[in-house]
Write a protein that binds this ligand. Structure first.
Ligand code: SAH
Length: 221
């Protein structure tokens, strides 16, 4: 695990973060490394100051451009599911958004590759990583439906946006044994789905109903 360097950024609200972690445990999150990272990751730096009093509530919150920062439970759950396959060297994240999930992952895996279709959201996420001196996350402004072929194949791919069906290009960018975790389905009917690539096929596991923003096509300046 790579601890964050948090000197000088006002790491207040440790008690509220600890309460959040207690709730995550109650909801079934067990991986100690994940819980520790959730306890030490400053979610309040990822949302508008006007909403920062809600930073450690277990809810999604608006981050502009019609997008949301994911609910802490789902960030912890997805991270735990990916790590259950063993240590991760390189992970592709689709939908940087504000960068909160990228920061959580960056502390638990060797390298994170994060793509986002809305340029200004990703710019801000990049700035936050610089502020926190995180240097194992690389960003690309692109349509995540196509993955990031030049950097693949990946140990894991995680998406924070829901396609109606799983883009085949993403499966092609998984290593054998690699895990693809994403919400799949139309609004109101999404299921968190995990595909594990095997030597001779793909194993599919449906985890639970979820509610993510839709995966859109193309990019936005
Ligand atoms: N990971 C973020 C969640 C952001 S919400 C967090 O930690 O809170 C999902 C993000 O996916 C949005 O920012 C949205 O713009 C982005 N997105 C949607 N479709 C996409 C696509 N095709 N390619 C890349 N990003 C996409």
């Amino acid at each position: 695990m790579t601890p964050l360097q948090l000197q000088g950024i006002g790491m207040t609200s440790q008690r509220t973060r600890d309460r959040l972690v207690s709730r995550l445990k109650e909801q079934g999150i067990k991986n100690q490394d994940v819980l520790e990272v959730m306890a030490n990751t400053p979610r309040h730096l990822f949302i508008d100051e006007a909403l920062s009093h809600k930073a450690y509530e277990d809810t999604a919150l608006p981050i502009g451009y019609g997008q949301t920062i994911s609910q802490p439970y789902i960030v912890a759950k997805m991270t735990e599911l990916l790590l259950a396959g063993g240590p991760l060297d390189n992970v592709l994240e689709i939908g940087t958004g504000c960068g909160y999930q990228s920061l959580v992952l960056s502390q638990l895996v060797r390298r994170v590759y994060s793509v986002e279709r809305i340029a200004p959201l990703q710019e801000k996420a990049k700035q936050r990583m610089q502020l926190l001196r995180v240097n194992n996350v690389r960003f690309q402004h692109s349509d995540g439906n196509w993955g990031w072929p030049d950097e693949g194949p990946f140990d894991a791919i995680l998406s924070a946006a829901a396609p109606e069906t799983i883009p085949m290009e993403l499966l092609d960018q998984l290593k054998v044994g690699g895990r693809l975790l994403m919400p799949v389905g139309p609004d109101g009917k999404q299921m968190l789905t995990m595909l594990i690539r095997e030597e001779d096929g793909v194993k599919k596991q449906v985890i639970e109903p979820v509610n993510f923003v839709p995966m859109l096509s193309g990019t936005q300046k």
